[in-house]
Design a protein around this ligand. Structure first.
Ligand SMILES: Cc1cc2nc3c(=O)[nH]c(=O)nc-3n(C[C@H](O)[C@H](O)[C@H](O)COP(=O)(O)OP(=O)(O)OC[C@H]3O[C@@H](n4cnc5c(N)ncnc54)[C@H](O)[C@@H]3O)c2cc1C
Length: 123
């Protein structure tokens, strides 16, 4: 059987799955190629199994890159609040935790995580 797709995404981790969802929303036929035995394995272990999914005070200056403008553009177009809204739209309960400070000058990072273990987002 021959399948045809508009997009092939290599890797079904957090980035690949998000990319697949967004391409699918735009009407593209998408295939995600994953070589592990299941998708999103690291998502399930993040935050000690409670899916720590964003940092509320994430700023472009927190990223190392040869192109610092990339983080500015990406974070301006999709903010932590956008992802929290997506999770909550699917009825997944979330909680906020103050968890770390990266340096003496940086404010404490506040992360947002699922408050229910093994919560699943329908796609
Ligand atoms: C123990 C642990 C705890 C973590 N906790 C947190 C946390 O609390 N908060 C946080 O923000 N982040 C955490 N992380 C980091 C987290 O893994 C990343 O934020 C996130 O998973 C990265 O997603 P990604 O899609 O970029 O990469 P990945 O999740 O690594 O996804 C890449 C996917 O591509 C697949 N792949 C690779 N090569 C190929 C190939 N050639 N063909 C097919 N498939 C391929 C891999 O199998 C994988 O599924 C944690 C990581 C670990 C290991």
């Amino acid at each position: 059987m021959i399948h045809s797709f508009d997009a092939l995404i290599l890797g079904g981790g957090a980035a690949g799955l998000m990319c697949a969802i967004e391409a699918g929303k735009r009407g593209r036929r998408v295939a995600v190629l994953e070589h592990a035995d299941r998708l999103g394995k690291k998502i399930l272990i993040s935050g000690g199994g409670r899916c720590n999914f964003t940092n509320l005070h994430c700023r472009p200056e927190n990223f190392f890159s040869s192109n610092p403008h990339f983080a500015k553009s990406a974070l301006a177009r999709y903010t932590p609040a956008d992802f929290i809204a997506l999770v909550e739209k699917h009825g997944i309960p979330t909680t906020k935790k103050l968890w770390a400070s990266f340096s003496a000058t940086a404010p404490p990072a506040t992360s947002s995580r699922c408050s229910k273990p093994n919560a699943a987002m329908p796609t």
